[in-house]
Design a binder for this molecule. Structure first.
Ligand code: GDP
Length: 321
């Protein structure tokens, strides 16, 4: 095993950070190093609960991750937090505050906190996150919390790398309507109403009850878990952890966990194939010439996207399949 690999296996957090940096790098030699490292570490992966937490800015994601992580650590687990900023590098920077807010986790040995702006990574957001999760698992972390801002498409990407998607929302402020519109609630495994404390407690409890009935109607066959929580007071945090553990064990026992991870791998493979083929097309002289022409034809409505893609494939590989 490589030196970085064995340091990472021993739980060295600096080695883990270094490995994730490699996986996120835009340089192709780093990409190859990351892939070689992942191959040697693959036998030691797969053993964590992969839990994503999404929600609008200010909903309390970082605070809840901190509270949840601290509680898991109190139960003897090692916890890794991957805060993923789906936004571009220019608008990124909000993440800096995240580590500051995760004060309980930042202070302990059993936690690893990493903020990433994945804009511009070679493989894209989802692959880099998938690899970061695997690296955390190889380093012995048993709970991997993936925090992401709920801005729409990010959920699809994060859903493809996690076992459980938690969506955090707030009572009032029209936020519930927005969340519904984004379709967030339709894909969540659990919907959590945060800030159920102080002056907001009663309205948060009422809203959670309302959401519970609404979602029971909206998703009769896949009703999500709905709970009122408070990252501040800790209300519902122990229960949330218990729910996560129970779900993990049940899905492990029934084979659902393995089946979902298998489907995620298949999708990742298909996405990687498309990306690689497109990259090759861009470096192929004939295709490079053809690509902008086809793009214009599609934009002008002279060609259907499917037909244009077929023409490109034919020019690359010869006769149609
Ligand atoms: P994020 O943007 O979703 O990560 O939200 P933060 O965790 O940064 O929290 C945003 C603000 O809400 C901060 O000022 C937190 O102190 C506050 N906050 C977070 N959780 C709670 C909670 O459970 N109750 C109350 N009252 N405030 C909270």
């Amino acid at each position: 095993m490589t030196e970085l690999g064995s340091r990472l296996r021993s739980g060295d957090r600096r080695a883990l950070a270094q490995a994730i940096t490699l996986a996120e790098s835009t340089r192709s030699e780093h990409r190859l190093q990351a892939e070689a490292l992942l191959v040697e570490l693959l036998p030691f992966t797969g053993g964590s609960q992969r839990v994503a937490l999404s929600g609008p800015p200010g909903a309390g994601k970082s605070s809840l991750v901190d509270a949840l992580g601290a509680q898991a650590i109190a139960r003897g687990k090692r916890v890794a937090v991957l805060a993923i900023d789906p936004a571009s590098l220019e608008t990124g920077g909000s993440l800096l505050g995240d580590a500051v807010r995760m004060q309980q986790l930042a202070a302990v040995e059993q936690a690893f906190v990493r903020a990433s702006s994945n804009a511009g990574t070679l493989g894209g957001t989802a692959p880099a996150t998938r690899e970061a999760i695997l690296l955390c698992e190889a380093a012995g972390f048993e709970l991997v919390l993936i925090e992401t801002v709920g801005v729409g498409q990010a959920e699809q990407a994060v859903r493809d790398v996690c076992d459980t998607l938690l969506v955090l929302t707030l009572a009032g402020g029209g936020d519930e309507v927005q969340a519904l519109k984004r379709g967030l609630l339709e894909v969540a495994d659990a919907v959590l109403v945060n800030k159920t404390d102080g002056a907001g407690e009663a309205s948060a409890l009422a809203f959670a009850a309302e959401l519970g009935s609404a979602l029971a109607l909206l998703r009769p066959r896949s009703e999500p878990h709905v709970a009122a929580v408070s990252a501040l007071s800790g209300l519902g945090v122990v229960e949330l952890l218990a729910w996560l553990d129970a779900r993990y064990r049940a899905e492990q026992g029934s084979g659902q966990l393995a089946a979902r991870r298998q489907r995620q791998l298949e999708r990742a493979f298909r996405t990687a194939i498309s990306r690689e083929l497109l990259e090759h097309a861009r470096s192929e002289p004939r295709a490079r010439e053809l690509l902008p022409e086809l793009q214009r034809a599609v934009a002008d409505g002279r060609l259907l996207p499917t037909a244009a893609a077929r023409q490109l494939a034919t020019s690359l590989f010869g006769a149609e399949a």
